[in-house]
Design a protein around this ligand. Structure first.
Ligand SMILES: [Fe+2]
Ligand SMILES: [Fe+2]
Length: 296
């Protein structure tokens, strides 16, 4: 049987940012807006994102995972363009999305992501319910588990948190899946390890304990905007945790230009094989293969 291909992209930070209404510019958003107008808008480019997504679509993956930071300040005017952008990536049965910290930028609109993108993050067992986390979606050999680590934070902070309730529910899902032969993919916006206190997942140690006990095959995250592979303890060996650059980014400093991963997954005897192909933006917005490596 042919391998199942899962594409992973993250952090589109959808440009351009609509001009916020005055009433929306308070607290953390003032700083975020200044950062956008002075800095970020030069490096997050719609033409980059469009080139990346068109290459991704041409690769015709079986499924796409999008790990958050679709919008920037979570102002109301960002959400309709963001939904139409995601529809351009693919329909809800072919694309799974989770929120990032920018999608829950302030308390007033932190619920909007789950409302607007509900079709893209609804679990298979909850067709009529609103979005709940964690959710479980089965596609081919995959069991996709979506978490939210997106919480509003103080200015200059971009931490994430899962919370006890979500972790308890995750444990129940992992127990259920442990008796099956599924390729378990955990989607979470924040990486499970960070050397940056203001950007870290504050309760990652509890998640790592669950993964060590029950395992998953693969962890996909965003947030750091860099190519990244980290290995975490599972019950039968190490679990790869993969991060990607921002999907709209021009290269800047230590942050590489936009890229996405294609993961080819197949059963090989009693084990899983997973090959990672990295495709990224080069000169003239041409997307090319940057790397190919076997993860499992
Ligand atoms: Fe981001
Ligand atoms: Fe983020």
């Amino acid at each position: 049987m042919a391998a199942f291909t899962l594409a992973h992209l993250s952090d589109p930070h959808l440009p351009p940012l609509p001009t916020p209404r005055l009433a929306e510019l308070a607290g953390k958003r003032v700083l975020g807006y200044l950062n956008w107008t002075r800095n970020r808008r030069k490096f997050y480019r719609r033409e980059v994102l469009d080139a990346l997504v068109s290459d991704l679509r041409a690769q015709a993956p079986d499924h796409v995972a999008m790990t958050g930071d679709v919008v920037n300040l979570a102002i109301e005017a960002e959400f309709a363009p963001a939904l139409s952008w995601l529809k351009g990536v693919g329909p809800p049965d072919r694309v799974t999305a989770i929120p990032g910290n920018h999608d829950a930028y302030v308390r007033a609109t932190q619920h909007r992501f789950a409302e607007v993108f509900s079709d893209y993050l609804r679990g298979d067992d909850a067709p009529n319910e609103g979005a709940t986390f964690p959710f479980l979606r089965r596609r081919g050999p995959l069991a996709l588990i979506g978490l939210t680590s997106a919480v509003p934070t103080a200015p200059f902070m971009a931490t994430g948190r899962l919370g006890r309730t979500q972790l308890d529910a995750l444990e129940r899902i992992l127990i259920k899946l442990s008796s099956e032969q599924a390729f378990r993919v955990l989607l979470v916006h924040h990486p499970l390890w960070s050397d940056s206190r203001p950007k870290r997942l504050t309760d990652s140690s509890k998640l790592l304990t669950l993964l060590k006990r029950y395992g998953v095959e693969l962890i996909l995250h965003g947030h750091d905007h860099i190519h990244s592979t980290m290995w975490f303890d599972g019950p039968d060996g190490k679990i790869p945790g993969i991060g990607v650059p921002a999907a709209s980014a021009l290269a800047r400093g230590r942050h590489p230009a936009a890229a996405y991963n294609l993961l080819a997954i197949e059963r090989d005897g009693n084990a899983w094989r997973c090959e990672q192909m990295v495709r990224g933006i080069g000169d003239d917005l041409r997307v090319q293969e940057l790397k190919r490596t076997r993860l499992l």
